[in-house]
Design a protein around this ligand. Sequence first.
Ligand SMILES: [Zn+2]
Length: 492
Amino acid sequence: MKIAVAGFQHETNRFSPVQTSCQDFVQEDGWPGLTQGRKLWDVFLEANIPLGGFLQYAKQHFDAVPILWASAEPAGLVHDDAFDQITDMILEGLQAAMPLDGIYLDLHGAMVCQSYEDGEGEFLRRLRNRLGNEIPIAVSLDLHANVTPESVALADVMTIYRTYPHIDMADTGYRAGALLRQIIATGQKPHCAFRQLPFLIPLPDQCTNLEPARTLYEKLPLEHDLETGSADIALGFPASDIAQMGPAIVAYDYSKKNARQRADQLEQALLDAESSFNMPIYRTKEAVRLALQRGPQKRPIILADAQDVSGAGSMSDSTELLEELARVGIRNCAVGAIYDKEVVKIAHSLGVGAEFSCELGDNFSGPEQAGFQGRFRVVALSDGMFEYHGEMMSGITAKIGPTAALELVHDTAEIQIVVTSERIQLLDQAIMSHIGIKPEEKSYLAIKSVVHFRADFDSIADEIIIVEARGFSPCRFREGLFPHLRKGVRLL
Ligand SMILES: [Zn+2]
C-alpha cells in the first residue's frame, strides 16, 4: 500500500495581537520547522508527534511517501498567503506521488485563516477538489481540535489525542495508520456518527489526568478496528472563536447503527459531566496569597499563569504575576518563561555576573500597560539548544534561540527568571534546568502553561494553583467573549 504522508498544524487564537506568517511555519521553535521529503523520517520517526507515530506504523505496513510537515507556534489568524502556499506545496507533492492507495494527514483542527474560519475544512476541500473523493484519507487531530461538520464529511477517518498533557501524540498517528490500512484492505469506508456539544470547556478543566475528563476518556474503545468501532473526543479550543467550536465526538464503525449508538453514549456522558468541569481559578493576588499561606513545603508550589501561555496563542510576556511575587517578597522562586528578545540581547551582550536595569515583558499588552521595571543580575546564558526529557516532548531537541536566566536584584524577594527570545511554553523542566535553574529545589514556581507542564512537573509539585492573570488565552468565560460562536452554546 502506497501512502502519502503530510502535516500542517496550527492552533489559532483570535485574541492574539500577532498574526501567523509563512515564516512562522518555516522556522523551528519548540517543534521542528518546515520539513520536506525523506527528511521526515529522520526528524519525526522517534518523536512524540502524530506523524512520527504514523511513520512507526508505516515502517511495518506501508510504502510511505513523505511529502511535507509544517507547524507554527499558536498565535493569531494564519495569513491567507501562508495557508495558500503550504496547502499548494502539499497538494503538488500529493499529485506528484499519484497513484496512491491512501493519504495520512497530521492536522491540528483549530486553524483559522484570514478568509476561512475552518482552516482544516478548507484544506481538505482543496485536497478533495484536486484528488477526488475516492482516495481514502485518514486524519489525526489534537485534543483541542474544533472539529467541524465539513472536515468530518471530507475525511474518511479521524483519530484524536486522548491525553492532555498530550503524551499520546505519536499513538494517535499510529492509530490513524491502523484504521487507514483496514479501509484500504477491505475497500470499505466506515460510517461516521458526529456530535457537537452545546457548551465550551475552559482549558484547565480539560486535563485528562483529572476528573471529569479522566473518566470520560476511559470510555473510548482501545481496539483499532472498524468492525468493533473506533471513537474519539475533542474538547475544543475556545480562543479560536469560530462558529463551530467546542467539544465534539466522532465514532466510526462499519455498522451505522453501532456508530450512532456509541456516539450517543459518549454524548450523554459528556452532557452528564458538564457541571463537573469546575476547576477553581484565582485572581493574581488571591493566588499568591494562597501559595504563601501553604508554603514553603518540601516540594515546590506551582502557580500556573494559565491565561498567558504561548502554547495557547498568548504572548508569554505578561508580568502581572511576577509583579505580585516581587511585591510580597517571595523567596526561592523561579518564573518562566517570559518572552523578551531585547532583554535577552542585553543579558548576552553584558555577560554572566553583570547587572542592569530595564523594563521586562508586556511588549504586546497594549500602549497603556508597562512591563516590570527592575534591576537584574545575569545568572546564566544559553543558545537555547537542549534535549527535552519530560514524557510529552521526549525525542525532540529544543532550538528556542538565545535564552537568559536572570536574578531579580531586590531587598526581600528571591526570584530567578527564564527569559527567552522566542515564545515558549514552559512544559518541560529542561527549559529551566538547561540554564542552571533547578525547579525541584524551588519553594515556588510561576509557570506559563495551562496543563502541559503537568506531564513533567506533577511529580515534583506540592500543589498547583491556577492563576487568572493578564493574557490573551482566556480561561474564565463571560457572555459576549466569543462573538463568532454559534447561538445556544453555554459558557462554563
Ligand atoms: Zn492541544
